[in-house]
Design a protein around this ligand. Structure first.
Ligand SMILES: [Zn+2]
Length: 414
C-alpha cells in the first residue's frame, strides 16, 4: 500500500470513546465524545473533538470517513500473550475436558514442555510466519499493540530463536506494535529435573545478559507458583534484568499464593498477572508500587477456576488490565475481545473497566502511555470503528464482529 495511503484524514463517528484519562470524569470514565472525530496526519492524531471542531480545524485533508451510527475506539493493547507459539495442543485440551488437571497434564509431558518441543523443531522463519499471521488476525480485530513472550524455547538457543522471530516480525509494517518479553523461567525443562539450580543459574548469569545486550527484550517475566519457580529462584534474575534496564512482569498466584504479588510490588514490577490467588495485603502493596493487575479471564475459564478478587483490587486502587493470554494450552484464543467479554461476565468488571483495561491501562503497564491506548493528540493513529451504537455492545460479542475500519499508525488495515 505505502504511498497510496492518504497522509491527512478525518474520521468521524457517532461516539468516539477516547479512553483519555486526563479528560475522564467519574460520570464519563471513558471520556466519550458524541458526534466526535479525529484528524490524523502522518500517522499521528493531531486533533480529537466534535465533528464541528475537527472539520473546522482540519486542512489539507485527503480522505474522510464518516460513521454516524458507529463507535470509534483506540487501538486495543493486549498486554499478555504467548503469541509466538507453533503447533497445537488440542489433545491436551480434550484430556482436560475429560477431567485431567493442569499439573497432571504438565507432569505427563504436556503443557509448556509440549510447546517447547514444537519450538525446538521449528526454524526461526517458521515461527515468524505463524506469529505474523496471528498478529495480523489480531490487528484486523482492532488490536494494534501486542506484548509477546518467549518461554517456549527453554534453552539458550530456543529462547533466542523465539525472540529473534519476534524481533523479525515486529520490524514489519503490517503488524501491530510488538513488546517482547523474555520468559525463560516459564517451566523447568525435563532435562534439568535433577539440576534445577543449574537451569536458573544459566538463565540468570548467561542467557539473560546476552538477550539484554542484543536488545531482544523490553521486559522479563517469570512464572511464580507452587509447581513453577519459587521467589528466591527468580529474584536474582529479576534484579539483574532491572539493572540491565529491562522492566518486570510476573505470572503470579495462578494456582497458589506463594508471595509473588508481594515480590512484584517490592520490585516495582510493571505488572503482576493472573492473581487468582492473592491476599488483600499484597494488593495494597501493588497499588502503592504502581504494579498493575493483568487479568486473564480466558485462562481461568479454561481451567474452571474462581475469578481473582476483583472487588478487592478495585477497593485497593490497583489498576486492572485485561489481556488474552493467547497461548496454545490454557487460553487457546487470539481474541482480546473474548477476554473483555469474559472479564465483564465472569469477573464482574464494568464495561468501562474492561475497555480501559484493554486500552489505556494496558498501554500504561507496557510503558507506552505516550504512544498508545487513547484517542488523544500526539498519540499514534491506532483506532478501530465498529458498527454498533454504543460501546456496551462491544463487551458482549460471543463470536466474531467485524470492524468497519482499523487504522495502525494512520494506515488502513485491510
Ligand atoms: Zn501467561
Amino acid at each position: 500500500m505505502g504511498n497510496e495511503q492518504p497522509t491527512s484524514m478525518v474520521i468521524s463517528a457517532g461516539r468516539v470513546v477516547t479512553c483519555d484519562l486526563t479528560r475522564a470524569t467519574s460520570a464519563d470514565p471513558l471520556h466519550v465524545i458524541e458526534n466526535g472525530a479525529v484528524w490524523v496526519k502522518d500517522g499521528i492524531i493531531v486533533l480529537v473533538g466534535t465533528w464541528e471542531q475537527v472539520y473546522q480545524a482540519a486542512h489539507g485533508v485527503e480522505a474522510r470517513w464518516h460513521f454516524p451510527k458507529s463507535v470509534m475506539m483506540p487501538g486495543l493493547v493486549d498486554a499478555h500473550t504467548h503469541a509466538a507459539w507453533v503447533g497445537s495442543r488440542h489433545h491436551e485440551y480434550v484430556l482436560r475436558m475429560r477431567g485431567e488437571g493442569y499439573e497432571a497434564i504438565a507432569k505427563a509431558g504436556g503443557g509448556i514442555v509440549a510447546s517447547r518441543n514444537a519450538i525446538r523443531e521449528a526454524s526461526q522463519e517458521q515461527i515468524a510466519d505463524v506469529l505474523r499471521q496471528r498478529l495480523q488476525r489480531m490487528m484486523r480485530a482492532g488490536v494494534t499493540t501486542v506484548e509477546v513472550k518467549s518461554g517456549y524455547g527453554l534453552d539458550e538457543e530456543g529462547e533466542r530463536k523465539q525472540l529473534e522471530a519476534i524481533a523479525f516480525v515486529s520490524k514489519e509494517r503490517d503488524v501491530p506494535d510488538v513488546v517482547p518479553t523474555y520468559l525463560a523461567l516459564h517451566a523447568l525443562p525435563p532435562e534439568y529435573r535433577e539440576r534445577r539450580a543449574a537451569y536458573v543459574d544459566e538463565v540468570t548469569e548467561s542467557w539473560l545478559p546476552a538477550i539484554a545486550k542484543a536488545g531482544l527484550a523490553r521486559y522479563v517475566d517469570a512464572y511464580l507458583d507452587r509447581n513453577a519457580f519459587q521467589l528466591d529462584e527468580a529474584r536474582p534474575m529479576l534484579e539483574k534484568a532491572q539493572q540491565a534496564g529491562l522492566g518486570v512482569r510476573l505470572h503470579v498466584g495462578q494456582f497458589a499464593d506463594i508471595g509473588g504479588a508481594e515480590l512484584a510490588a517490592e520490585l516495582h514490577a510493571s505488572s503482576a498477572d493472573h492473581l487468582e490467588n492473592v491476599s488483600g495485603e499484597a494488593l495494597g502493596k501493588m497499588a502503592k508500587a504502581g504494579t498493575a493487575a493483568v487479568l486473564l479471564p480466558v485462562a481461568s475459564w479454561t481451567l474452571g477456576q474462581n475469578p481473582p478478587p476483583v472487588a478487592q483490587m478495585r477497593n485497593a486502587g490497583v489498576k486492572m488490565v485485561v489481556a488474552s493470554d493467547a497461548n496454545p494450552g490454557t487460553s487457546p484464543t487470539e481474541s482480546l475481545w473474548l477476554a473483555i467479554a469474559m472479564a465483564v461476565r465472569g469477573y464482574g468488571l464494568s464495561p468501562e473497566e474492561a475497555l480501559l483495561g484493554a486500552t489505556v491501562h494496558a498501554a500504561q503497564s507496557l510503558g507506552l502511555e505516550q504512544q498508545a491506548g487513547t484517542l488523544s493528540e500526539h498519540r499514534a493513529a491506532d483506532l478501530s470503528v465498529w458498527p454498533v451504537e454504543h460501546e456496551w455492545a462491544l463487551v458482549q460479542p460471543w463470536g466474531l464482529r467485524e470492524p468497519q475500519l482499523v487504522l495502525k499508525n494512520g494506515n488502513v488495515i485491510g
